[in-house]
Each structure stands twice: as C-alpha cells, then as structure tokens.
Unconditional design. Structure first.
Length: 163
C-alpha cells in the first residue's frame, strides 16, 4: 500500500511518512519509539504523529501491532510453528497477551484460527481456491495503549470458509 499525498500536506512530508512506514515494515520486530523514529528521520513529534495518522489512518503503535498480527496470522497458516513461538517472535512476552490481541483482530484465538483454516483446506478439493479473512482497516488505539478497536472490512467465519 503506497501512501497518497493530500493536497494540504507538503509532498516531501508525505514522502517522509512513506519512508517511515517502509522502515517500520522492514524492521517490524525491532523496538520502536516515537522519539527514536523522530531522531532517525529528523522530523518533529507532532508532524510525525499527525502525518502518520492522517496518511495511514492509524497511530504508529497501532500500525505496528496490526502488521505484526497480520504476519503472525500468515505464519499460523503457512507453518507448523507453535503459537508460543509465534507470540514471542511477534514481540509478546506472554502468549496470553498475544492471544487476546489476535482474537480482538481476527475474532478467533490463534489456535481456533489455525484449526478453522486447516479444516477449510481439508474440506476443499485440491484445485479449489481458498479465500482467507481480510482485515485491511487499520486499528486505532483507544485511551489505553494496550487496548485496540478493530473494524474489519470483511470478516469471514469458519462456516463461510467451509461452504
């Protein structure tokens, strides 16, 4: 997804926000603070936060969490890695916290999500395409940084996957 500059934002500012987004995507699993990002990209805190929110429709923190969860979901579908290993790799110290955030975004626990997809795969003929749930609306942090509100564009249940 490429960010499109808005008329009242300078083009160079929009390009800088795109660079920051690309950097976050590339170094997703490193620890990032707003202060560190500001120093690295020589941008003031307010311009970074407002510009990122305006162009990406998400806070920095919420964007990072969303991207990590999407990659974790992909790993659940494509590997046999344990949920605990995926949780740790996603930056969570406790699997319980990972499960809670994952369920908030995907409406299933990681185990249920993996089982749902595996059941859907085994129910489909080999040549049939399998469509997965897509959650492309950015998440937005609520008043507490650890809480997220998720608004999926299209939520697909296990029953819908199997039909």
């Amino acid at each position: 997804m490429t960010i499109k500059p808005v008329q009242h934002m300078k083009k160079k500012d929009a390009q800088l926000i795109q660079e920051i987004k690309d950097y976050l995507d590339e170094y997703l699993y490193e620890q990032h603070t707003v202060k560190d990002i500001c120093k690295r990209f020589i941008i003031n805190r307010e311009k970074l936060q407002n510009g990122f929110h305006f162009l990406v429709q998400s806070t920095l923190h919420a964007y990072i969490v969303q991207q990590r969860m999407e990659r974790a979901a992909q790993r659940l579908l494509t590997t046999d890695d344990s949920i605990k290993a995926i949780a740790l790799d996603s930056g969570y110290k406790k699997q319980r916290s990972f499960n809670k955030t994952f369920k908030t975004i995907f409406t299933h626990t990681p185990a249920a999500y993996r089982n749902c997809i595996n059941n859907a795969r085994s129910a489909k003929p080999n040549n049939s395409p399998l469509y997965f749930p897509t959650y492309s609306t950015p998440i937005h942090a609520l008043s507490k940084p650890s809480k997220f509100a998720i608004r999926p564009l299209s939520a697909v249940t296990c029953t819908q996957l199997l039909t």
